[in-house]
Unconditional design. Structure first.
Length: 601
């Protein structure tokens, strides 16, 4: 199922209007010769309104269509087709060469199947998709509310395609058919009309997206997200309700065959569709269809539109967090532990991807290094099995990850224990490097799965994206050493060679004045962990505090004053501030600071 996008230049649009103006002007001169000024005014008025072709096709009309050479079975650029049926919303054209090869019986079957397809479109596909996504261009470039379906012989395994150029005037796109249309594989319609309905549901979303994005907002959607919505449309109209032999079942099989395919890179292969299908189903299960409908009406596209949606809904997670959660769900797939860790639909619970590499560590094989080329938003899983070491709590595992400092890599891990408990954590990169120590315990650490991807690019994805090399080393280390190297929430730290003390919480550090430290009996400066500059800088500095029993949030200034952020939660979100940056303090520290002016923006 192909999607072809072509953007028209503004100059081409202008030239189209000028040509139309010239015809009006000639008519105007003729009328002026008759001295009919009323019609002169009418001609000027016509110049001011948008220019449309307005036609209505008639049954039996033979028409030459431009077609896409990439998808056409014989690599044609044009073909002749005849209008075989007209319904309430559709013109149904069949390419003449194919029609002429059929006997009378096959022709009758094809016509009957086309009418069945048209009936399904008008009474199911059209109604449900327009309600979900919004309207297609209507009446569109040709001024005719009917859509055209061209039944064409396409390359093997291609069910249909949509070409944006057809939605423009020929002055804007040279090979435009100047009508709202989609193409469906005619051989599929003859052989399996049920499958053809799936293809039509998919391609119709592309036509709607063209209207909602390209025409209305003058910005084309990222291909991967456009295809994701089209694949979800198949579910929305009901074709995946019965899982057996459905499009969804087929996509699951394709995904499990090649799960490490980039979500955003789009060479238009079968695995690309499988990837967006499974990620789309996960998105809708976690956030509902609104995440797809709101973003199709956004002036942003792709990852940016999804992040805008999360922010507008008060969701602290962003696209990268959702993608990492999905990776955990695709491997573990047990929503009973936590909804984000698996699919909710019963038919999808059997999805469990196989890691790209599986390594068994032992007393005689305590360390293993690997390297993996990863493109943007390509999911990769590595499994490190501790085997018989899991019962020895003196052994833990250390992970060292390293990539180019110019690239953005993201990683998380899942640790599995013999008791059945599971631990999920993020691995933070600093300067292209990341370290994580996963501690053994009496539960018996059994295996650790590293999930990683590259997210350097967030837009303008093409058919071939540049990969970045990531190296991963897993080592068996003494548990005591691993424990000593872990900086836990609430730990005191100081930069190597410096005296200033900070407290850690999550990804944030907060400076503590000497007088403040003494207000907490359990804090001891002597226990502050001295860390290297790059690790110190990996924590973001925060000066936000709140008392345990008070909702007021203050900003602490260096001279020792506190300032109430007298703003609404909505203003807080809009400012880009993070709720996770707020440190909870005791009453002694609250009263330690003098009160300054409120912050009102």
């Amino acid at each position: 199922m192909g999607y072809v996008g072509r953007l028209a230049e503004k100059n081409d649009i202008i030239s189209g209007i000028v040509n139309h103006e010239s015809r009006i002007t000639n008519h105007e001169l003729y009328i002026m010769g008759k001295k009919s000024y009323r019609l002169v005014f009418l001609a000027i008025f016509l110049f001011l309104i948008p220019y449309y072709f307005i036609w209505a096709d008639t049954l039996g009309l033979q028409h030459t269509f431009f077609v896409n050479q990439k998808f056409d079975k014989y690599e044609r650029t044009q073909l002749s087709a005849t209008l075989k049926q007209i319904t309430g919303k559709l013109y149904l054209y069949v390419e003449d060469n194919y029609w002429n090869t059929l006997n009378s019986s096959s022709r009758a079957i094809l016509v009957n199947n086309m009418l069945s397809l048209a009936n399904e479109f008008e009474n199911n596909i059209y109604l449900k998709e327009v309600q979900l996504w919004g309207s297609e261009p209507n009446p569109g470039v040709d001024g005719d509310p009917k859509l055209t379906i061209l039944f064409e012989e396409l390359v093997e395994n291609n069910g249909g395609y949509f070409d944006t150029s057809n939605g423009y005037l020929r002055q804007q796109a040279e090979k435009s058919n100047q009508r709202e249309m989609v193409v469906v594989n005619v051989e599929t319609v003859l052989g399996d009309v049920g499958l053809a309905k799936t293809f039509l549901a998919h391609e119709f979303q592309h036509l709607i997206s063209f209207n909602q994005k390209d025409l209305t907002r003058n910005i084309p959607e990222e291909v991967w997200l456009n295809e994701l919505r089209s694949e979800y449309s198949v579910s929305h109209v009901g074709y995946n309700n019965t899982y057996a032999k459905s499009n969804l079942e087929r996509r699951v099989a394709e995904f499990l065959e090649s799960p490490s395919d980039s979500l955003t890179e789009w060479p238009n292969k079968t695995f690309d569709y499988a990837m967006v299908t499974l990620f789309g189903e996960y998105l809708v299960e976690q956030y509902g269809t609104a995440i797809l409908t709101d973003t199709i009406h956004s002036s942003l596209i792709g990852i940016d539109s999804l992040n805008q949606y999360f922010q507008s809904k008060g969701v602290y997670e962003r696209f990268v967090d959702i993608f990492m959660n999905w990776m955990a769900a695709a491997y573990f797939n047990d929503s009973s532990r936590e909804s984000k860790l698996g699919y909710l639909r019963f038919d999808l619970k059997k999805i469990k991807v196989a890691p790209q590499q599986k390594v068994f560590l032992s007393e005689s094989f305590k360390e293993y290094s690997l390297a993996q080329a990863i493109t943007d938003w390509q999911p990769v899983w590595f499994e490190f099995n501790l085997g018989n070491l899991g019962g020895n709590i003196s052994n833990s595992i250390r992970l060292d990850l390293k990539g180019n400092f110019n690239e953005k890599f993201y990683a998380s891990y899942m640790a599995f224990f013999n008791t059945g408990s599971v631990q999920l954590g993020r691995i933070e990169f600093v300067g292209g490097k990341a370290v994580a120590n996963i501690l053994n315990s009496s539960d018996g650490l059994n295996r650790v799965v590293v999930m990683t991807t590259k997210g350097t690019k967030v837009s303008d994805f093409g058919a071939s994206e540049q990969a970045g090399l990531l190296s991963v080393r897993a080592s068996i280390v003494e548990t005591k050493k691993a424990e000593a190297s872990i900086i836990k929430d609430g730990s005191l730290i100081r930069k190597r060679g410096e005296k200033e003390i900070y407290v850690i919480w999550g990804k944030y550090k907060r400076y503590l004045m000497p007088g403040v430290i003494s207000l907490y009996g359990h804090l001891n400066v002597a226990n502050a962990i001295e860390i290297e500059l790059e690790v110190f800088n990996s924590y973001t500095t925060s000066n936000y505090i709140k008392y345990l029993n008070d909702e007021k949030v203050y900003a602490v200034w260096p001279e020792g004053s506190k300032h109430w952020l007298n703003i609404t939660p909505q203003q807080w979100d809009a400012s880009g501030r993070d709720w996770g940056a707020i440190f909870t303090i005791n009453d002694l520290e609250v009263n330690y600071y003098k009160t300054g002016e409120d912050i009102i923006r």
